[in-house]
Design a protein. Structure first.
Length: 316
């Protein structure tokens, strides 16, 4: 469904384009070792495995896994880690400290002040969209109580071992996961956080047990702000001068604008074309491998690389 809606956007794009020759060149440089899945063996994941709540932890995290950039950037006071790993560490520590974050009744009543204590950053660098995160967690708690017996684990059970089924449940029962935009009257879905939740459960369990999810290979990459940055740095994506000026000066691009939709659509489409180019050499490669490669590469970009685009959004 996600891929099917993209060709009209790609063909009519005014702000973003793709260099197919460069894409082909990059595909030839990729090795099997570079295209791997994350193991999610970081301390906070291992602590949650030991506690027996890894699935619920992953779903809790992805409910608020968005928008980490800022000036200055937020880092968790607990260990100085920023971004998604800072939030993961903070949530895991809160659980270890006895806060019932996996209790739907607690979530349904959570406030921004309470969440702000859990996700405390250095002075002058709060986590963006804190009020929105708290509201999302409260809404998630209400839905869990009403429809899933108060447990994140029941959402996964209801999906019946199907990755796309889990994505559908998350995006239809929990509105904050329904990552979509409208273009020319047509609904375009990206479903970044819902797909990532399924992928993380799969990878964290090595595809076994609770992570044995059918149709995991039908997910797309997770269209955020770091993947298009990498694709642009590699020369696969190109921005029109007007868009490049906005991105490079780190000005905001409005959510659901034509520019933002094109960036996200081209990100997913470029990854799909890379997958197709790689398939003759690596038949088992899917979007999860490419997403992790692109995301990891973004962490290694030099300071001279173009910055990522900036959009205030609860979706990524």
């Amino acid at each position: 469904m996600i891929l099917a809606a993209l060709p009209p956007i790609i063909s009519a794009s005014r702000f973003v384009s793709m260099d197919p020759e460069r894409l082909a060149e990059i595909s030839l440089t990729l090795t099997r070792d570079a295209l791997r899945l994350p193991t999610w063996d970081e301390p906070f994941f291992n602590r949650r495995r030991a506690a027996g709540d890894l699935v619920e932890f992953i779903l809790l995290f992805n409910a608020i896994n968005f928008c980490y950039w800022g000036d200055p950037k937020w880092v968790w006071v607990g260990n100085g880690e920023g971004g998604s790993f800072g939030v993961l560490a903070a949530l895991s520590q809160a659980l270890d400290d006895g806060l019932p974050l996996l209790d739907a009744a607690y979530l349904a009543q959570i406030t921004a002040a309470q969440l702000g204590v859990i996700l405390a950053g250095r002075p002058g660098a709060p986590l963006p969209l804190l009020d929105e995160r708290a509201a999302i967690l409260a809404a998630v708690g209400v839905t869990l109580l009403r429809e899933f017996g108060g447990r994140f684990a029941h959402v996964l059970a209801a999906a019946g071992g199907d990755a796309l089924g889990l994505v559908e449940l998350l995006t239809t029962r929990f509105p904050s996961f329904d990552d979509h935009a409208w273009r020319n009257g047509q609904r375009v879905v990206f479903h970044k956080r819902a797909q990532l939740a399924a992928a993380m459960i799969y990878a964290a369990h090595r595809g076994q047990g609770l992570g044995d999810l059918r149709r995991i290979d039908q997910l797309t990459v997770f269209a955020d702000y770091k993947l298009p940055q990498t694709l642009r740095a590699l020369g696969i994506l190109r921005y029109a001068p007007a868009l490049a000026a906005v991105v490079d000066s780190q000005r905001l691009i409005p959510a659901n604008s034509q520019e933002e939709i094109e960036i996200r659509a081209h990100t997913i489409w470029a990854a799909e074309l890379l997958r197709q180019a790689l398939q003759p050499r690596f038949p088992d490669i899917n979007a999860l491998h490419l997403d992790y490669w692109l995301w990891t590469a973004s962490k290694q970009l030099p300071p001279t690389a173009p910055p990522h685009h900036r959009t205030l959004s609860v979706f990524y």
